[in-house]
Design a protein around this ligand. Structure first.
Ligand SMILES: [Mn+2]
Length: 236
């Protein structure tokens, strides 16, 4: 289709103003475009719930053209509430640790917002989050939050890798599909890889990886959207 775009948006992390500005700049047309949010709408930023709700509503309105992928922060939120629902005897160490981890890694910004909601509204959000897809495929493009295990075929990827993996994927992926991810801000990646300089733009690697998290929640960071076909970038 002429003029149609296949766009990915990096980690938003509660930056609602940037999200709204970005959406104005993209001029998303649900009739011809596809818009994939790579996960981590919540945590760290002040308006996590607004970001989550905005994308949830957009996705429900245009289920064919808007995709909201699970990030490790959405999973963290779900683990927190799963742990709360268990009795002390049922609680295993993993879930228990996840509750404190979530608050440490930015959930402390999201939790007060969720606590102010009615039980039904909260349940609504959690049910929606629980059903978020882990990946989205379009032709030779594969979108997920963090990356894939390079030793495993795309069809057999596990959730823990799709939402958590870092170095093993960046260093060893050599598949034929282009993998489009968020997860690690490019500000941090430049410490891992000498050949990456953070110039505020998404990074396209030689081994067919497109990194879209430009640290919207960090000082000087931006929220980025890239059309993976033309490589055109919009930012806020
Ligand atoms: Mn993130």
């Amino acid at each position: 289709m002429i003029g149609s775009r296949l766009m990915a948006v990096g980690d938003v992390h509660g930056q609602y103003k940037k999200l709204k500005t970005l959406m104005r700049r993209i001029k998303f047309d649900p009739k011809i475009d596809r818009l994939i949010f790579l996960g981590d709408l919540i945590d760290r930023g002040p308006e996590s719930l607004q970001c989550f709700d905005y994308v949830m509503h957009l996705q429900k309105k245009y289920p064919e053209s808007v995709i909201f992928l699970m990030g490790n922060h959405e999973r963290h939120m779900l683990d927190y509430y799963d742990a709360l629902a268990k009795t002390k005897d049922e609680l295993d160490v993993r879930l228990l640790n996840r509750t404190s981890e979530w608050l440490m890694y930015g959930g402390d910004k999201t939790l007060p917002q969720l606590q102010q909601m009615g039980a039904k509204a909260l349940q609504n959000r959690l049910d929606y989050a629980r059903n978020l897809p882990l990946y989205y495929r379009a032709g030779d493009f594969y979108f997920c939050h963090a990356g894939v295990d390079p030793d495993v075929p795309l069809e057999a990827q596990q959730e823990k890798d799709l939402i958590w993996i870092r170095e093993k994927f960046y260093n060893n992926y050599h598949g034929k599909e282009t993998i489009v991810v968020g997860h690690t801000p490019i500000q941090n990646l430049q410490y891992m890889f000498k050949d990456i300089t953070w110039d505020m733009y998404p990074v396209i690697r030689d081994n067919r990886i497109i990194l879209c998290d430009t640290g919207a929640c960090l000082a000087g960071g931006r929220l980025s959207c890239i059309d993976v076909i033309t490589k055109y970038v919009w930012q806020a």
